[in-house]
Write a new protein. Structure first.
Length: 181
């Protein structure tokens, strides 16, 4: 399971405001550069929110056609399980995942990432609160904690601090070697 029903409802209420989830737009220039350099023709926006900000920002920045796939379990129209994609972008999402679900979500990201992943994570309080009063960033951990979780599933290509409380990583899938017994 990736999200509890109670938490899905909490997140859904925030998404209905139309002002929640803008990080994709912020990171679009970097993601577009990755897409161009690696000739990426398909992208999965994991935790896309209701605004599809990353998609709209990429349309004007990527110099070639690409297939865009939106996924967000808290937005009904984007809650269908996605298919693997060359590039998976997960911008300002992981800190919103329920602590007991984070390993499942990271495993899901691992299964979906074919070539490269771009994940940004904020480590401090969000500017918004959930309807139940909790801070919207319910999983606040230091960068080292996140790196250990991510590097258990991916090869780290880039780690960059954006400012004191936010960083992003660019990752590649681990090479899977299957040995005959």
């Amino acid at each position: 399971m990736l999200i509890s029903e109670d938490y899905r409802k909490q997140q859904s209420e925030l998404h209905e405001t139309g002002t929640y989830g803008i990080a994709g737009e912020t990171f679009a220039p970097m993601i577009a550069e990755i897409m161009q350099r690696l000739s990426i023709s398909e992208i999965l926006d994991y935790g896309c929110g209701s605004r599809l900000g990353l998609f709209h920002a990429l349309k004007s920045k990527v110099g070639h056609k690409f297939r865009y796939q939106a996924y967000d379990p808290a937005v009904l129209e984007y809650a269908i399980d996605p298919i693997p994609s060359q590039l998976v972008a997960c911008c300002d999402v992981l800190e919103h995942v329920e602590p007991e679900m984070i390993d499942g979500v990271l495993d899901h990201l691992q299964r979906l990432t074919e070539q490269v992943g771009f994940f940004s994570i904020n480590t401090q309080d969000a500017m918004r609160t959930l309807p139940d009063g909790r801070n919207a960033h319910i999983l606040q951990k230091p960068a080292q904690w996140w790196l250990e979780k991510i590097m258990a599933r991916f090869e780290l290509q880039t780690f960059q601090v954006v400012h004191d409380s936010e960083f992003f990583v660019i990752v590649y899938p681990r090479i899977r070697v299957i040995l005959d017994e």
